[in-house]
Design a protein. Structure first.
Length: 212
């Protein structure tokens, strides 16, 4: 069952495409395959809006839920996405079914003039990847995953900061402990040395908690 949600949306930049349809060819409808991997992509609605606006197309968000218990959640995700895409010029509907047969569902809803749209993240899912090896002959537009590169750089920077801070703490306490262990030593120095060990362990634990 198709559901139409009224809303406005802001356009976002299009990703590069691996599609086979000329830009000048009018597209009747975009059939957007939304897998669970696409649920947390905040830029996807804007990118779909941009593509639909440039082609003057309606949008159908197609989702499959491998487990019936997850179908309500999938439906909510697609309703939210449709609300972000639809405006006065573009209509957006949703269709959510139980199962994992993407090839069969695309074959059943596709009509001449439709363009199938999916993301590279979605194609890495086992069910959607079947589209690449099936005999289904439909025009397809693939949106690359813009989240991958920034996430990789952020992860590397976080690791550098984490290791740098930890090594700095270890080096600072090592210098202090060497200074306290120099003769002559008394009970006060021994106590301070033990306290520095406890402080070092505590600060490393706190640092690791914040940088994790």
């Amino acid at each position: 069952m198709d559901t139409h949600i009224p809303s406005l949306s802001a356009a976002a930049p299009l990703a590069s495409k691996a599609a086979v349809v000329p830009s000048s060819l009018a597209t009747r409808r975009l059939i957007v395959l939304v897998s669970e991997a696409d649920w947390d992509d905040p830029e996807l609605p804007g990118r779909v809006w941009n593509l639909a606006s440039s082609r003057g197309s309606a949008v159908l968000l197609l989702g499959l839920s491998p487990e019936a218990a997850q179908e309500p959640q999938a439906r909510r995700q697609l309703i939210t996405m449709a609300a972000a895409i639809q405006d006065t010029r573009i209509t957006a509907g949703i269709q959510v079914e139980a199962g994992n047969d993407w090839v069969g569902r695309v074959r059943s809803v596709w009509q001449p003039g439709d363009l199938v749209v999916c993301t590279s993240a979605g194609l890495r899912q086992r069910g959607l990847s079947q589209l690449l090896t099936s005999s289904l002959q439909v025009p397809m537009h693939v949106l690359t995953d813009l989240r991958a590169a920034p996430r990789g750089r952020t992860g590397a920077l976080r690791q550098i900061v984490s290791w740098g801070g930890a090594l700095g703490l270890i080096g600072g306490f090592l210098w202090l402990q060497i200074a306290l262990s120099q003769p002559p030593r008394d009970a006060g120095q021994t106590l301070l040395l033990a306290l520095t060990v406890l402080a070092e362990v505590g600060l490393l634990w706190i640092w690791n908690s914040f940088s994790a």
